[in-house]
Ligand binder design. Structure first.
Ligand code: BGC
Length: 350
């Protein structure tokens, strides 16, 4: 099991084991023209959204195998937040004979080593979710990106918040006509964190909502860190906070955890907004702990990535895949409020 360098625990472990049993390291498979090998490395397997995206990707494999009559071997690595580890994982996947490698970069500004390694062996790379800058993606013609239209999630979050402010006067707790808000931000430097905050606020303003920023905390997409930051902001601003704009559902849930831990009565809670529509996020929208979320289409992204990986590994046509600028696939987001939750909870069945 030398390939899983960082130790794989529950959650993703079952699918890794299943994939290995399906013959990741089976030498005979390499001689079988009807088999391909896809390598995947994620920045952190414990990230809620990423682990659900990989579960979707794995779940799509058998349908793709049936559809194409090809055996698809995959190997998934956890880079555990280290770019150096991820670079070695890519090296190892190349040695293992992967036909295509999907990379969820740890440091989106540092793809050079990985690109150079892959280019040397002429193995295409699909970056996903953590977008590298355009100049890096331009460095070689076998580099691709699968993700979402980042700005859209901010716009939609801002639209839901504006609609709530304009239709429910009780959310303006001090009745001053201004929506006092705090932001829980994802990783500094991540394209989604930067763009979501910017567009959520500018959309509120465009929708004629007067806003006032009380504070922000960088919580790195993480629920526990968000709870800590939210506790600090509640300490400082207490009931003045009327709106929490969280860059993802896990951080929105961290805000919920903080309010619960401080035993703040539900009627005094601010409006809390997430992004992602993870299982836990959707559940919290259903029970109205979150006022809404924005669906980050993990099923769509996983399937697009698999289809692209398959075509690249088999030398197939890319024309049906609707690539933007011959390199990008970006899936749209969608607004989710309590009445929409069920539809999204059954998303995979649609
Ligand atoms: C998701 C976050 C996730 C991050 C990881 C974002 O698109 O919304 O939940 O933590 O990607 O890169």
């Amino acid at each position: 099991m030398r390939r899983i360098k960082t130790g794989v625990k529950r959650g993703m472990a079952w699918c890794l084991i299943a994939m290995m049993l399906s013959g990741c390291q089976n030498k005979d498979a390499l001689q079988d023209p009807k088999s391909i090998r896809i390598g995947v490395t994620v920045y952190d397997q414990y990230d809620t959204f990423i682990s659900q995206l990989i579960t979707c990707f794995s779940a799509d494999l058998s349908a793709k195998e049936k559809e194409t009559g090809t055996v698809i071997h995959i190997e998934v690595y956890n880079a555990a937040d280290s770019q150096t580890t991820q670079n070695s994982q890519v090296e190892e996947m190349l040695e293992n004979g992967c036909d295509v490698i999907c990379v969820n970069l740890v440091d989106r500004t540092d793809p050079t080593t990985i690109i150079d390694l892959a280019e040397k062996q002429n193995i295409p790379l699909i970056f996903f979710n953590r977008e590298l800058v355009e100049e890096d993606l331009e460095r070689w013609n076998r580099l691709y990106y699968v993700g979402a239209k980042a700005f859209e999630s901010g716009v939609m979050q801002g639209e839901i918040a504006a609609e709530i402010f304009q239709s429910d006067p009780s959310v303006d707790k001090n009745q001053d006509g201004i929506f006092q808000y705090v932001v829980l931000e994802g990783e500094a430097g991540h394209q989604d964190a930067i763009v979501r905050t910017e567009y959520a606020v500018s959309t509120l303003v465009e929708q004629q909502v007067l806003v006032e920023k009380l504070g922000y905390g960088i919580a790195n997409w993480n629920r526990a860190q968000a709870q800590t930051k939210m506790t600090q902001m509640l300490d400082q601003h207490g009931k003045e906070i009327e709106l929490v704009l969280a860059n993802n559902d896990d951080m929105a849930l961290g805000a919920v955890d903080a309010l619960k831990a401080l035993q703040i009565p539900r009627e005094d809670w601010p409006v809390i907004m997430g992004i992602d529509g993870t299982d836990v996020g959707l559940e919290a929208v259903a029970n109205k702990e979150l006022a809404g979320t924005v669906y980050n289409d993990k099923e769509g992204q996983a399937l697009a990535m698999l289809n692209l990986a398959y075509q690249l590994a088999t030398g197939g046509e890319l024309s049906d895949l609707a690539l933007e600028d011959e390199k990008y696939i970006r899936l749209p987001y969608a607004k989710v409020e309590s009445e929409d939750v069920e539809r999204y909870q059954n998303r995979e069945k649609l």
